[in-house]
Write a protein that binds this ligand. Structure first.
Ligand SMILES: *Cc1c(COP(=O)(O)O)cnc(C)c1O
Length: 344
């Protein structure tokens, strides 16, 4: 049976040129700083992101945790969205490993934190309070419809952070999607960030890995933090080689994923019982809810799955569909056909 798997963009398998690059990668011991392919990926990533240096890490989760460990000492506080991946889906690692205290704000529907809310959350110097150290933003925002944070917003948060002596970390797991959706260079979106992490293993299609970017000093400290977390890898050039191909060959095509997501959203929105505003879909993530007397959300997901349209139930009542490299516009029509049949 033909299966169109929309559960996540992490399901992508390496392209032929990635497999070739991995097989032929020139490698060395990266803990000694001697893997030429890792070094090249780190230079490329830093350059794209407009930062001085970069560090190849195993995952987005590790990139975020390493960054928080470098920015914050034990007992210090970060300000982040209650829907942030770092808060919601990373096992509370900053608290568990770093003793870092999270102060959560309600995300706006477009993934932003309201400037007034950030301002109000910053702690005054008082013996009762932890010290506020860092603002964490997410671009695109996974749980908020994959919404991109634009340059104006980033500049406003940057100004606020500087006024209060705070740093900014951007969880940019899908920041290349944001750049594509907003049609701006990714370095422009990252310019206010003291650190930014992005995933090679999502829409960019590499099998493993993320990159954390920042200043030379920041990355030197990040290298130490990565090591204590067990993230010092040896001949990691085998993996970095795919990451280089991801940056060279997979960024330009992200707009196709966005067009496919939009088409999926428009089609689903017309079906009876579906709540979804296609105008909210700016990148590759589509969330929708279904209110029907004849089936529950888990039943709908199962029936879609039975026919070959695989999606992800998230929380209570939401369904997520994510477009990626292996999803064609024809796949979208196929999925809409299946959904229309079930929801007619
Ligand atoms: C996927 C994701 C991460 C974590 O990446 P992993 O490689 O799965 O650890 C972090 N932040 C966001 C917004 C994500 O979508």
């Amino acid at each position: 049976m033909r299966v169109v798997d929309l559960r996540s963009d992490t399901l992508t398998r390496p392209t032929a040129s990635m497999s070739r690059a991995m097989a032929e990668a020139d490698v060395g011991d990266d803990v000694f700083g001697e893997d030429p392919t890792v070094n090249r990926l780190e230079e490329m990533a830093a350059d794209r992101m407009g930062k001085a240096a970069a560090l190849f890490v195993t995952s987005g989760t590790m990139g975020n945790l390493v960054s928080l460990l470098v920015h914050c000492a034990r007992g210090e506080e970060i300000i982040l969205g209650g829907s942030a991946h770092t808060y919601f889906f990373e096992q509370g690692g900053s608290a568990a490993v770093g003793g870092i205290h999270p102060r959560t704000l309600t995300n706006q529907t477009d993934g932003k934190l309201a400037l007034a809310d950030i301002e109000a959350a910053i702690r005054p110097d008082n013996v009762h309070f932890p010290r506020t150290r860092l603002i964490v933003l997410e671009n695109t925002h996974n749980l908020c419809n994959g919404h991109p944070l634009d340059t104006d917003y980033m500049k406003a948060v940057g100004a606020l952070a500087r006024r209060h002596g705070l740093k900014i970390h951007v969880d940019g797991a899908r920041i290349f999607n944001a750049a594509a959706a907003l049609d701006v260079p990714v370095a422009t979106l990252a310019s206010e960030a003291d650190s930014v992490s992005f995933c090679l293993s999502k829409g960019l299609g590499a099998p493993v890995g993320s990159v954390l970017c920042g200043s030379q000093d920041f990355i030197s400290e990040a290298r130490r933090a990565r090591k204590i977390l067990g993230g010092g890898m040896r001949q990691a050039g085998v993996l970095a080689a795919a990451g280089i191909v991801a940056l060279e060959e997979m960024v330009e095509r992200l707009a196709d994923d966005h067009a496919n997501a939009r088409r999926l959203a428009e089609g689903l929105a017309e079906m009876p019982g579906v709540s979804l505003d296609p105008d909210q879909i700016r990148t590759n993530i589509v969330y929708f809810e279904v209110n029907r007397p004849d089936m529950t959300t888990p039943e709908l997901v199962q029936r879609l799955d039975d026919k070959g349209a695989r999606m992800l139930p998230v929380g209570t009542g939401r369904i997520r569909a994510v477009t990626h490299y292996h999803i064609s516009s024809e796949d979208i029509e196929y999925v809409l056909g299946i959904a229309a049949n079930i929801l007619k």
